[in-house]
Structures are given as C-alpha cells and as structure tokens.
Design a protein around this ligand. Structure first.
Ligand code: GAL
Ligand code: CA
Length: 348
C-alpha cells in the first residue's frame, strides 16, 4: 500500500471510530461533564400561564439542586402539533436527556411518547394537560403534576356568587336571573370541560338563577376571546350580566372587547378568570376583573423540580406528596381585589 493510501485509510478508520463514540452519544458526554439534562416539551409557546410556569420551573430547579451539580433545561415548543411533539421528544432523548417533562398537545394521544420513553428508560413527568389514568399506568416511569380542575371551576362560581349576592346591580335588568356567557378553553381539555361544569354547579348550589346566553370556545387565547366577545356584545349588548372565562387570558380578551367598543368601566359586566397570571392579577388589583382563581404555578413547578431531581439523583422521592401513586395535584386559591396584591408580589 502506498503511503498516501495508508494515510487515507488511517483517516477513514479514525473518523469512523470517532463518529461511533459520538453516536453512543451525548448521554456519555453528559455523564462526563457532570451535567444533568432535562428536556421540556410543551404544547404551545403562546400560552401565558405555561410560560410563567416554566419560568418558575427553572428557578425552582436552581433552588433545589446543590451547588456542585449543573442541570441544563432544553425546552421545545410543539406549536399545537402532536406529531411535532412526538419528534421533539425523540430528539430530546437522542440529545441525552435523562428526564423529560411533557405538556402533551393531545392529552388523549401520549402512546408514541410513552413507548419512546420506556424503550430508552427515560422517565416522564407529564404536567398541566392530564393523560388518562390508563395511559399513566402503562409504565412506572410516568408521573403527573397538575391541579384539580373541578376545584378551580367551583371556586370561580363561589366568587361570582359572593359578588352577585352582595351587589344589587349585578342583575342589571332585575328579572331575578343572571344572564351569563362562558368563554371556554380548548375542546377536550380537562380544565375547560370540568371548569365550565363546576362553575355553573357552584352558582346553582348558592341558589343563583342563571340564564345561559352563550358558550364560546376561545382556546385559552386572549385575541380569540376578544373576537368572540365582540360578536356576543353585538348580539346581546347590555343583556350580558356576567362573564365566566376558563382562564385569565380569555377574561382579559373579554375586557379588551368592551374597551375596543368604548364601553365605560361601569357598563362592563363582572368578568371572572382563572390562573392568576401577572396580567390577570394586575387586572384584579385595578378592579378590571372581578376575581380569579390562583393556579399554583410555584407549587406545580416545585413538584416537577422535586420529582425530576429525585429521578436524577435517586434521592428525595419520599418527600413528594403523591396521590394515586404517581400524581401530584396542587390546590387552587380564590383571589379578589383584597388579596390579589399578595399574590402579585409573592415572588419578587
Ligand atoms: C390551564 C390554564 C390555561 C392554559 C391551559 C393549557 O390549566 O388555566 O391558562 O394554560 O392550562 O393547557
Ligand atoms: Ca338579569
């Protein structure tokens, strides 16, 4: 063999060996560098509550982990496509992630993700969009962190009942009934279906006579809610006495619609949200929203960080308060103008 050919062979063999080491892959690298990798996949980056929750998650992780370990969080946004999310989960596993946090796009369709995780032995903490129990039971490396949807809807109904019973103006046309509209989150989402049922149930339990004008889906989204509300105001005008939104962004969208149509503050009906996002809390402080229900993002983020660190280090899982073996549900809290500021500044 000529020296030149021998040289080419050597280079080729070295290159192959190198690529094999690389393929075998980041996992090895992460062990070597002493870093932990957590992959986060979420359904849509335009979601206000989830962006706030993920900010909390990053800071909770910093609090929980000791000084000597470094945890890198890799975040992927599925832009509303389950297909895209399935690919992203594969990519995160290939990139060497040791634990995944997954906010499913379609909560009824986690099977591809579960199969991938199980094959690669990478545990998953699902959050916010709750998989059905049978899916969660498919493998013991699966967890869920969220909140009790029914409680949030019921509390929203109690807040509205308090307002109606203490305010003689609430029944604008004095017909003994409250004419109301509901702005709903996504079709098929546990927090949309259950909140809508529970809020009406709470009002009925408090013996408030209701007349439903309309239920409109606005997918948790402020602009969509503004749009739906503009149509409803066009249709029902001053007949609307109460607006119940499945989340704060849609409550704020309803407010935007009244502002756009130049309604005076006094002419806008009572609007209630759920979440206690920064913008939602500010609107409650300024009495633009009548109330909201706090979706404990700090508590959810803490539980996710605790479980993730326990999975990474093998220590601390006994400190997590699980229900039904592998689920954590954080309680909601009612918010009115009286306590909204405490929530707004609690983490500053
Ligand atoms: C709900 C929250 C909504 C939205 C949704 C996304 O819990 O109230 O604002 O973030 O989750 O799944
Ligand atoms: Ca009325």
């Amino acid at each position: 063999m000529s020296t030149k050919r021998a040289w080419i062979w050597t280079v080729a063999v070295l290159a192959a060996a190198c690529s094999l080491t690389l393929c075998g892959c980041k996992k090895k690298q992460t062990e070597d560098t002493g870093k932990n990798y957590i992959g986060v996949a979420y359904y849509n980056q335009s979601d206000t509550f989830l962006n706030e929750l993920l900010d909390c998650f990053r800071s909770q992780l910093k609090d929980i982990q000791g000084g000597d370990t470094e945890t890198v969080v890799m975040v992927r946004d599925a832009a509303g496509s389950q297909r895209t999310q399935d690919d992203q989960v594969k990519e995160l596993i290939d990139a060497g992630c040791d634990v995944l946090c997954v906010n499913l796009v379609d909560r009824a369709d986690p099977s591809e993700i579960i199969d991938l995780a199980r094959e690669n032995e990478v545990p998953i903490i699902f959050f916010n969009r709750e998989p059905v129990a049978e899916d969660l039971m498919q493998w013991d490396g699966l967890y869920y962190v969220g909140a009790d949807a029914e409680q949030s809807g019921y509390m929203q109904g109690e807040l509205a009942a308090d307002m109606i019973q203490s305010n003689s103006q609430a029944d604008g046309n004095r017909d003994g009934k409250i004419q109301y509209v509901v702005l709903e989150g996504e079709v098929g989402h546990q927090d949309a279906i259950i909140r809508t049922e529970a809020v009406v149930e709470a009002l009925a339990d408090r013996e408030i006579e209701l007349e439903k004008l309309s239920y409109q889906i606005a997918n948790w989204n402020r602009a969509q809610a503004e749009n739906r509300m503009e149509q409803l105001i066009g249709q029902y005008g001053n007949q609307i006495e109460l607006i119940l939104a499945n989340n704060d962004d849609m409550a704020l969208g309803a407010l935007d619609a009244y502002e756009k149509l130049n309604y005076t503050e006094a002419a806008v009906p009572a609007i209630f949200g759920i979440d206690g996002t920064e913008a939602g809390l500010k609107a409650v402080v300024n009495a633009r929203l009548a109330g909201t229900v706090y979706n404990d993002k700090e508590g959810q983020a803490r539980a996710m960080a605790q479980i993730a660190m326990a999975l990474l280090t093998g220590k601390g899982m006994e400190e997590v308060e699980f229900e039904s073996e592998r689920c954590v549900y954080l309680p909601y809290q009612k918010i009115t103008a009286e306590n909204a500021e405490d929530f707004l500044y609690q983490n500053q």
